[in-house]
Design a protein around this ligand. Structure first.
Ligand code: E4P
Length: 217
């Protein structure tokens, strides 16, 4: 399973890249707004930090304009993946990008049928939004399960990129259901590492080590 980091904060991306935890990056217009940075500048900087796929989202709503924006974004670096919304116009743009050899991430997927259409349009990645489904009383994990079955039934190569992840339980369940990638906010990476018994065990070991009066170096 691959891990992407879901942020436009280059400091956080560099921190996680150094530890070797991330295979790519996803951004969206809200994350760009939160960064306070120029969109194209920050995407270029992220692409210099990682060789992995970096999703950059179009903001046009018509297919022809999405194509112009997406080609502009794809020219920033060879690892840019053009992110497009799951609308009819987005699917049309997805098919055209695929024919041009530009990788795509079809975003804002909330149903298995939407995911099926994105695969038929040749999407490189499909982004089902788990947390936002949970927020309205549905179970986002049902969508991951359904997409896995459908893509495997027909041999679609579109990768399931679990998005809108809110905590460690989402990550574990996605891994168990066979999602190809999880895009994870930086704070959730920290939550994945943390365990109170690890902290307690380490504190006890260090206390006992102190009593030996020894030093390793
Ligand atoms: C990733 O591609 C999505 O844009 C992101 O995971 C959305 O997460 P949110 O629902 O927490 O905003």
């Amino acid at each position: 399973m691959q891990f992407f980091v879901d942020t436009a904060d280059t400091g956080e991306i560099a921190r996680l890249q150094k530890i070797g935890l991330i295979d790519g990056v996803t951004t969206n217009p809200s994350l760009i707004m939160k960064s306070g940075r120029d969109f194209k500048e920050v995407i270029a900087e992220i692409c210099a930090i990682t060789d992995g796929p970096v999703s950059a989202e179009v903001t046009a709503t018509q297919a022809d304009k999405m194509l112009i924006e997406g080609r502009t974004l794809a020219r920033i670096a060879g690892n840019v993946v053009v992110k497009i919304p799951l609308t009819m116009a987005g699917l049309e743009a997805c098919k055209a990008f695929t024919e041009e050899g530009i990788k795509t991430n079809v975003t804002l997927c909330f149903s298995a049928n939407q995911g099926l259409l994105a695969a038929k349009a040749g999407a490189t990645y499909i982004s089902p939004f788990l947390g936002r489904l949970d927020d309205i009383g549905m179970d986002g994990m049902d969508l991951i399960e359904a997409l896995r079955v459908i893509y495997d039934n027909y041999g679609f190569e579109t990768q399931i990129l679990a998005a809108s992840i809110r905590g460690p339980k989402h990550v574990q369940e996605c891994a168990m259901l066979g999602a190809d990638v999880a895009t994870i906010p930086p704070n959730v990476f920290d939550a994945l590492v943390a365990h109170p018994l690890t902290d307690k065990g380490l504190a006890a070991f260090l206390a006992d080590w102190g009593k030996t009066g020894q030093s390793i170096t």
